[in-house]
Design a protein around this ligand. Structure first.
Ligand code: AMP
Length: 515
């Protein structure tokens, strides 16, 4: 919390948090409230190292409670407020959180989320009477001393399969992440603002440090979530705004800007990541908003920090490899090493596809209470990300889907992403996701799930399109049309769910083979 005390000392009267367009707290007020909340947590019997679970939509109180945990030397466990109560119960039980700050929207669902937990965490409703009394009390002037390796953030990975695991992130990991952002993504001016349009339990919350470190302000939308129209309006008022967004949010912002004519004059930098961005979508976004985009590739295990494609790379349209670069996730962040390794652990050459491995100050120390998963992910001093990719001669990394998403048909590797890129370039395709289906002859065959843009295109039309753009063996053997792709709470397509749908209907009436 050194960032917060420094900002409060250097500019106590400056606004630290806006709610919408209105100032919500100055740095001086924020530091006082955070210190008071921290003292309240101490009175509840929490001791350094204990976990505090945060379960609410984006709100100013979210930031306060998170900072209060750190002020008291505790570890924060930010949980996506859109999770199912059963998922919340798993995280609350696994982390053995002693206190849970819950948003008012959880009043109803909380009993189910805590059912059977022994002992249950002490619940404090964010912004409620007890909370207000705590935040209005008095507190220690200085934050608790922490060691760089102490647990700061237990990051439950969103994961598209299996139970979430808690990546243990230390204060040193988060400091490394912040320094790396300044070095490789963007600077933050003192007048800058961080707009929390994406969930604070994930990337947006992790970026809180960049703005705290500069004594800049943070803006919480009044909706507490992402609404494209609201974001565009906030970007009419605030200036020098940075925001983190998942690729689906970028798509929606671009569409909303086109429809409204608003062009986000206040946007300084939109950092996107967390899932694949399709070339057609980023080109469109660049057309509408100009070169104000940076991409990062990271994962909970090395938060927000593996590679970055900065604004200059986006803008450099004259570069002979500009197109390939736009389809990549950029180069290793400063201070981070990226290597591509084969199954046998051997380093692979430029252009070869293998598992992406990462080493550097941001890499987690392991998964909470899960030595086996930790040993699988952390080997020989490297984090094995589970993502596949290849480096080019300039060090740009291109992702090739997670190992489990790779389709092997007739002995050939097919990267779904490549097929999806082609389908998405078709004007009648709004969204596409490609998975493999077990096939007696081929091992697996390629199936495309498609959301149409307007009138549904004929499978034969899409087949012809694919034949024009990719190798014959890569093209989908079957198309299925959906109104929407199943996604998790961070907007990532749930390929496991698509595979499940395939296994339920055995090549029957619901499937439309290409004919
Ligand atoms: P999480 O731990 O929930 O942040 O998920 C991290 C995973 O999201 C990574 O391992 C990647 O599979 C994926 N991911 C993150 N950033 C990107 C990106 N820029 N492009 C494509 N996939 C990404």
């Amino acid at each position: 919390m050194a960032f917060l005390t420094r900002a409060a000392r250097e500019g106590a009267g400056r606004t630290a948090i806006f709610l919408g367009t209105s100032p919500w707290a100055s740095y001086g007020e924020l530091a006082r409230r955070v210190a008071a909340l921290a003292a309240g947590l101490g009175r509840l019997g929490l001791v350094p190292g204990d976990r505090v679970l945060l379960l609410q939509r984006n709100a100013p109180e979210y930031l306060e409670a998170m900072y209060a945990a750190w002020w008291a030397g505790l570890a924060a466990v930010p949980v996506n407020a859109k999770l199912h109560p059963r998922e919340v119960r798993h995280i609350a039980g696994d982390s053995a959180a002693k206190v849970l700050f819950a948003g008012p929207e959880w009043r109803e669902g909380l009993a189910a989320a805590l059912d059977g937990l022994e002992p249950p965490p002490r619940v404090i409703e964010s912004g409620g009477a007890e909370y207000r009394a705590m935040a209005g009390g008095s507190g220690n002037a200085e934050p608790a001393a922490v060691a760089p390796g102490d647990l700061a953030w237990l990051f439950y990975t969103s994961g598209t399969t299996g139970r979430p695991k808690g990546a243990m992130l230390s204060h040193a990991n988060l400091a490394g992440m912040t320094a790396s952002y300044f070095a490789s993504v963007d600077e933050v001016p003192r007048e800058g603002r961080l707009l929390h349009a994406a969930p604070m339990s994930h990337g947006s919350g992790l970026y809180t440090f960049t703005h705290l470190a500069r004594g800049a302000a943070q803006v919480v939308p009044e909706s507490g979530g992402f609404e494209a129209a609201e974001v565009l309006l906030l970007l009419e008022t605030h200036r020098e705004v940075t925001l983190f967004a998942a690729p689906t949010m970028v798509r929606r912002l671009t569409d909303a800007a086109r429809a409204s004519g608003l062009r986000a004059p206040g946007l300084r930098t939109l950092v996107y990541g967390g899932g694949p961005m399709y070339r057609a979508d980023i080109r469109d976004a660049l057309d509408v908003f100009g070169p104000r985009f940076a991409q990062i590739y990271g994962q909970g295990e090395s938060p927000m920090t593996i590679t970055a494609l900065d604004k200059e790379h986006h803008a450099d349209a004259a570069h002979p490899r500009h197109e390939q670069r736009l389809a990549s996730v950029g180069r290793a962040h400063d201070g981070i090493e990226v290597a591509i390794r084969g199954d046998d652990g051997r380093g692979l050459a430029v252009g070869e596809v293998g598992e992406i491995c990462v080493r550097g100050p941001t890499v987690m120390s392991g998964y909470w209470k899960d030595p086996e998963a930790s040993a699988r992910a952390l080997r020989d001093g490297w984090l094995w990300t589970g993502d596949l990719g290849a480096l080019d001669a300039d060090g740009f990394l291109t992702l090739k889907d997670r190992s489990k998403d790779l389709i092997i048909s007739g002995g050939s590797n097919i990267y779904p992403r490549e097929v999806e890129e082609v389908l998405l370039a078709h004007p009648a395709v709004a969204e596409a996701s490609v998975v493999g289906r077990p096939d007696p002859d081929w091992g697996e065959s390629v199936v495309a799930f498609v959301v149409a843009r307007g009138t549904r295109p004929a499978p034969a039309e899409l087949d012809g399109w694919c034949l024009e753009h990719i190798a014959r063996f890569k093209r989908p053997k079957e198309y299925r049309f959906l109104d929407a792709l199943p996604k998790n709470h961070y907007g990532k397509v749930l390929k496991s769910e698509l595979r499940r749908q395939l296994s339920q209907v055995n090549g029957g009436a619901a499937s439309r083979a290409v004919d």
